[in-house]
Write a protein that binds this ligand. Structure first.
Ligand code: ADP
Length: 797
């Protein structure tokens, strides 16, 4: 502003000077002055313009600065709000909270930082820590600036106790002096410390009060780091006196003349937790027998050996007393059931109780001899050496040789015997004969292996289940056919392992429950099972209980797919063959009829042209043609059996038999045959005409082959066998040599001994018919002793 006025004044003065000059007519001077004036005005104008630009820049900078401050304030806010530590700003005078972040609010149990405002922070400090914290905050921090309050307890709004540590600094907040305090929750750490302290205290207490002596020694130097009162008492020294001394002071000089005692080294080298028997030495030079259990541990990264010393002096004394008692040959030993003997340090018998006689020896003959005398060559006495050397008890099996040379398997247990000074003087052994037990065990193992081998080798799958259907074991075939391992199914329930089509549709579940209930075996035939892994399989499944266990169920699964396929193939082929036979026999009829016709014409029309020989030949041709016709008829009939499917019905078998007997009545009468038909003949489900044929053929045969029996009798009856009705036709005729029992059932097979009419198809027809009914036929007979033909049909066809 000032500068602008000066410039204006100068410009006015210059104009005034210019006007004066023009007025005085100093034109050339006026022109020069005017030029100067204009230059001055131009400079002035430029100056003013430049001045404004600088002002604008200054303003801009100010605005930027303000923006930056705003941003950093926001950043600070965000930091403050989201800090993991709790931060509170306290009024320095009243100690009331004037500002706080979310974490602090949560730490003190407020729902929001706003809720905390206006509260006195000391209302939330544990009463016992209040004074100390107050002193630090008010007296130190507010006066000296930054200050740390180590650890103190707070009580949250909802009464929970928490451990915190805090650091504070003085600041100016909204023009007033204030304290900025940052809190950290250390409750978890405190708890861990507390737990650690407690466990340390417990260990301390155990250590101090243990009945056993405990010594903690540096594993490298062997220096005693600590020991308890019990150990001090054991060696008759003060605890303090021992700490810092080498552990060798605990043991007799003979063992501890090196930096570390022999036992200490042994404990270090051997695996942890071992027990060694040794001696400790007392301050007065006496020794105590101890058992030391040691283990390695790390204490503040130092390797330590902790030894627990147990005084076994008394026990040792007791053992010695026992040894003495043994020396007196106690009655107890004499009457013991086991063989008991003692040997000296060289292994020579010093005592044997009378039980040695069980092995054929007398005590007297063995006294002074080596114990190996009664053992087999397999034994060399290594264990004896060890017992003596290490003073240890042992138990093992030996082969004892009786005086007769038999070998007995015995269990032997030995204990070293010691004198008063603790030196080994021999050992005592107790021997028990376990031969029978071992044999029984071997037998059981053998039987088990044997049955396991059988089970493993059967080509069917076998599963053992408990009554809840959990699989206990399966055999090799099972996991081989399923391509899995035993472990994959053992323990699983069959419902998890078996597919639904087998369990439900296949009837496996039902069969299983029935077996559990009744303990009777159930068989499932032709169960169909398909899966994504394989095409349809046909299975026969047997479910049964195992006799000696009430609970277990055994399931055998047999894959009969191949068998069923083959049966089907055979059935198809034989059907084809039947068709073929039928066609052939049918086609043969025409030429035969024609031969028959022409031979008749020959005989009738050319009678006079034929001589006797010609006539005889023609007659034979005709006889053979008739036989051939019968054969073809039989063949046709035979091939028809499987082709024509007569209906099945329930028929009282007695009716069929009566019909047959009526039809055969004249023949029976002629030969004077008596027929006995048994009572209670069953109703059977069958093709009536076919069963008629069966009875007809059998009874007809009995008549035909009755021979010259004096009182010919035919008996017809029936009996029940495992799911079948078995009929029989019995005669007292000529009988059949067992050699031909198979042959007679084949088509056209006849035995030539008797001159009876027939083609040899009858029994083949019987076999086919019974087969179609699901049954079978057989014969029991001997030559000259009559025959019984049995044929069966299923109970429920
Ligand atoms: P066929 O009676 O037509 O010879 P079968 O097939 O009925 O034919 O009998 C075959 C053979 O069995 C007979 O030839 C006969 O030797 C013998 N046979 C059958 N039934 C009896 C029977 N009841 N006693 C003795 N032999 C018999």
């Amino acid at each position: 502003m000032k500068r602008t006025s000066i410039i204006c004044i100068v410009v006015l003065l210059l104009i005034a000077a210019g006007a004066l000059i023009i007025y005085r007519n100093y034109l050339h001077i006026a022109l020069i002055a005017l030029a100067f004036m204009m230059a001055a005005m131009l400079f002035g104008l430029l100056y003013i313009l430049n001045l404004d630009r600088r002002r604008i820049e200054a303003l801009k900078r100010e605005a930027e600065l303000a923006e930056e401050i705003k941003k950093s304030e926001q950043r600070y806010r965000a930091l403050f709000e989201n800090k993991l530590d709790g931060v509170l700003v306290l009024d320095a005078e009243t100690m009331k909270i004037v500002l706080g972040n979310k974490t602090a609010a949560e730490m003190f149990g407020f729902s929001s930082p706003e809720e905390a405002i206006g509260r006195n922070i000391f209302d939330f400090i544990h009463p016992e820590d209040r004074e100390r914290t107050f002193r630090i905050v008010v007296e130190d921090m507010l006066k000296t600036g930054l200050r740390r309050i180590e650890e103190f307890r707070t009580i949250t709004k909802d009464g929970k106790e928490k451990w915190m540590s805090a650091v504070g600094a003085t600041i100016e907040y909204e023009g007033k002096s204030a304290g900025l305090v940052s809190f950290m929750d250390i409750t978890d750490r405190k708890r861990t410390e507390e737990a650690l302290r407690e466990s340390e205290e417990r260990y301390r207490a155990l250590f101090a009060e243990a009945i056993d002596g405990i010594c903690l020694a540096d594993a490298e130097t062997g220096m005693i780091v600590d020991c308890n009162q019990a150990l001090a008492a054991l060696v008759g020294r003060d605890r303090e006196e021992m700490i810092g001394k080498p552990q060798t002071i605990l043991h007799p000089p003979a063992r501890g003349n090196t930096v570390l005692s022999a036992t200490f080294k042994q404990h270090l080298t051997n695996k942890e937790g071992q027990i060694l028997e040794t001696q400790v030495v007392t301050r007065t030079g006496g020794t105590r027998e101890v058992e030391i259990k040691a283990n390695l541990l790390y204490l503040r990264s130092r390797k330590m050996l902790q030894g627990m010393f147990r005084d076994i002096t008394e026990r040792k004394r007791a053992e010695e007393a026992l040894a003495k008692a043994l020396a007196g040959r106690n009655n107890l030993l004499e009457s013991a059931n086991d063989l008991i003997y003692t040997v000296d340090i060289n292994g020579n018998f010093t005592y044997l109780n009378p039980r040695v006689e069980d092995y054929g020896y007398t005590p007297g003959e063995l006294m002074g001899k080596r114990f190996l005398t009664i053992l087999t060559e397999k034994h060399h006495g290594e264990r004896f050496e060890k017992s003596i050397r290490k003073k240890v008890r042992q138990a093992y099996e030996v082969e004892l040789k009786t005086k007769e040379g038999a070998i007995r398997i015995c269990q032997i247990s030995t204990s070293p015997l010691m004198d008063q000074e603790g030196a080994v003087i021999g050992l005592i052994a107790t021997v028990r004969d376990i031969t029978e037990r071992e044999q029984a065990r071997a037998e059981v193992t053998h039987l088990k292996e044997y049955s396991e081998k059988i089970v493993a080798s059967i080509p069917s799958s076998l599963l053992v289940l408990d009554k809840e259907m959990n699989i206990k074991s399966v055999n090799r075939t099972y996991w081989e056919t399923r391509g899995i391992r035993d472990d994959d199914v053992a323990g699983k329930n069959i419902k998890e392992v078996f597919p639904g089509d087998l369990l439900r549709e296949g009837g496996l579940l039902k069969a299983f429950y029935e077996v559990v209930e009744t303990r009777e075996t159930r068989r499932l035939y032709g169960v169909k099972h398909a899966s994504s892994d394989h095409p349809e399989k046909i299975l026969n499944i047997t479910v049964s209980g195992i006799n000696h266990t009430e609970e277990d169920i055994i399931m055998v699964i047999e894959d009969v797919t191949e068998r069923a396929r083959l049966t089907e193939e055979v059935r198809k082929k034989s059907k084809d063959l039947e068709g073929f036979v039928y066609t052939i026999s049918h086609d043969l009829r025409a030429p035969i009829t024609s031969i028959q016709g022409f031979s008749s014409i020959l005989l009738a029309d050319f009678q006079d042209k034929l001589d006797d020989t010609g006539k005889r030949y023609l007659a034979r041709i005709q006889a053979n043609i008739r036989q051939m016709e019968i054969l073809i008829d039989d063949l046709l009939e035979f091939s028809r059996i499987g082709r024509t499917d007569g209906t099945f019905e329930d028929v009282p078998s007695v009716e069929i038999i009566r019909d047959v007997l009526d039809a055969l009545g004249p023949q029976l009468k002629k030969r004077g045959i008596k027929v006995n038909v048994r009572n209670n003949l069953p109703v059977i489900h069958c093709n009536r005409n076919r069963i008629y044929q069966v009875f007809e053929n059998l009874i007809q045969n009995s008549i035909k082959y009755m021979g010259d029996a004096e009182s010919p009798v035919i008996e017809v009856g029936c009996r029940e066998t495992d799911g079948f009705r078995e009929f029989y036709v019995k005669d007292n005729g000529i009988g059949i040599d067992p050699e031909y029992h198979q042959k007679i059932f084949r088509p056209f097979q006849r035995l030539k001994e008797v001159d009876a009419k027939g083609t040899g198809i009858g029994l083949a027809i019987v076999e086919r018919i019974t087969g179609i009914h699901g049954g079978s036929v057989r014969v029991e007979s001997e030559r000259g002793k009559g025959a019984i033909f049995y044929f069966s049909v299923p109970e429920k066809a």
